[in-house]
Design a protein around this ligand. Structure first.
Ligand code: COA
Length: 372
């Protein structure tokens, strides 16, 4: 008889990894053994990217060299720019990321002289430029230069978006969010990347597929759905009423719950503190207060906790990021985790090909078309 015990592969150990622990007893969330709290407090995104991709923390000179390398790879080939110009203005930016990634794979294919580390670094360096080249071309008819002299990915992203260097508060808020979003074990997009990798295609195929998996609202797309929810409410009281109605109608409240975490998401408090800090700095606490009330209601009514996407929405909004760029910004970060998993999968590969419980009809005689 068919069983749905493995529905969504919940609780199934689907392989081994040395990259991250998620919700493991006594360990919590770690990247290569380092706690997410230490990384968010003391590290920066490029250091974390290096840690994930190369397996250890860089020394000072290595970090400098890595940042210089990323800075030097932010330019886009003319053929990619031309494709970006042809993608309609109405397209969701995640589709721009997916198409841009796939196109780059045709122009700079993985191969001799362009190994997997080179591809990982190239994508880490230029995803921001792809998105924002397309954005400025369609929003203002401008062909921007995607190369900036900013040392950090966060600074580079904000600089390209707003056309000027960001202040340190906003830059560091984005830097921390990139650290938090960088890696999360066998989540849906990473597992997609590993599944694709297991058939031995090129690196770009795995990343392109992963972007598709991340786009959905049950995964990365949740941060955009959260923004659409919280911006509807003028006050915390209105938010409480609205969310109670949604709960009564058995609707999902985006940004809550998690497949692995059962009590809390360790990343949520970090981004919540940044959301509060940004709200105070802007003198505009509406979205933060609305979010806090929704958190209280969800704990009280559903015993559910916010995940990383919930307070990321208000934090990103206060950094001036358009809602449709929230999930693409997740890509700018998660490319590093995907890259680490693609490299790890290749190092000890076996085709990922599970079985299914069959629940269809019993074998039966074929009926010729004239007799149906
Ligand atoms: N809002 C309302 N109810 C929720 C909920 C949410 N965000 N998340 C889970 N629940 C409820 C489910 O309806 C289910 O209730 P039931 O037992 O009465 O049917 C119960 O909690 C268990 O949830 P389940 O769907 O089995 O969890 P899952 O492990 O399959 O799904 C998520 C995990 C993350 C997909 C799910 O929590 C969700 O859809 N969250 C919203 C999207 C989101 O924030 N995604 C980003 C994840 S980082």
């Amino acid at each position: 008889m068919a069983t749905d015990n493995a529905a969504g592969l919940a609780g199934v150990i689907a392989g081994q990894t040395a990259i991250a622990t998620v919700g493991k007893q006594g360990k919590g969330l770690t990247y290569r053994g380092y706690s997410i709290h230490d990384l968010a407090e003391h590290s920066n995104f490029e250091e974390v990217a290096y840690l994930l991709i190369y397996g250890r923390l860089p020394k000072q000179a290595e970090l400098l060299e890595y940042r210089t390398k990323l800075r030097g790879q932010r330019g886009l080939p003319a053929a990619l720019k031309s494709v970006l110009e042809q993608i309609p203005r109405s397209t969701h930016p995640m589709d721009v990321m997916r198409t841009g990634c796939s196109m780059l794979g045709t122009l700079e294919p993985e191969g001799p002289g362009h190994d997997q580390f080179a591809v990982a670094n190239r994508l880490t360096a230029c995803f921001s430029g792809m998105l924002l080249y397309w954005h400025h071309f369609h929003a203002g008819g401008k062909r921007i230069d995607t190369e900036t002299d900013d040392d950090t990915t966060a600074g580079h992203f904000l600089h390209l978006l707003h056309g000027k260097k960001p202040d340190e508060l906003h830059r560091r808020a984005i830097d921390v969010s990139l650290i938090l979003y960088a890696e999360h074990e066998f989540n849906a997009s990473t597992f997609t990347a590993r599944t694709i990798t297991s058939t031995l295609p090129d690196f770009f195929s795995a990343v392109t597929g992963a972007i598709g998996a991340l786009r959905g609202p049950l995964h990365g797309g949740a941060n955009e759905a959260v923004m659409e929810l919280i911006e509807k409410f003028p006050t915390p009281d209105a938010a409480e009423r609205g969310v109670l109605e949604m709960i009564a109608a058995k609707k999902l409240i985006m940004g809550f719950g998690h497949r692995v975490y059962k009590i809390s998401d360790p990343r949520s408090d970090v981004i919540k503190a940044w959301s509060k800090k940004l709200a105070e700095a802007h003198g505009d606490e509406r979205l933060y207060r609305v979010s806090e009330r929704i958190e209280q209601v969800m704990r009280r009514e559903k015993n559910l906790f916010p995940n990383l996407d919930f307070y990321s929405a208000s934090a990103y909004h206060l950094c001036g990021i358009p809602t449709a760029m929230f999930t693409p910004l997740f890509v700018v970060s998660r490319i590093t985790g995907w890259a680490a998993h693609i490299i790890e999968q290749r190092a000890d590969n076996r085709l990922i090909r599970p079985n299914a419980d069959y629940i269809g009809p019993e074998p039966r005689p074929f009926v010729p078309i004239a007799n149906r």
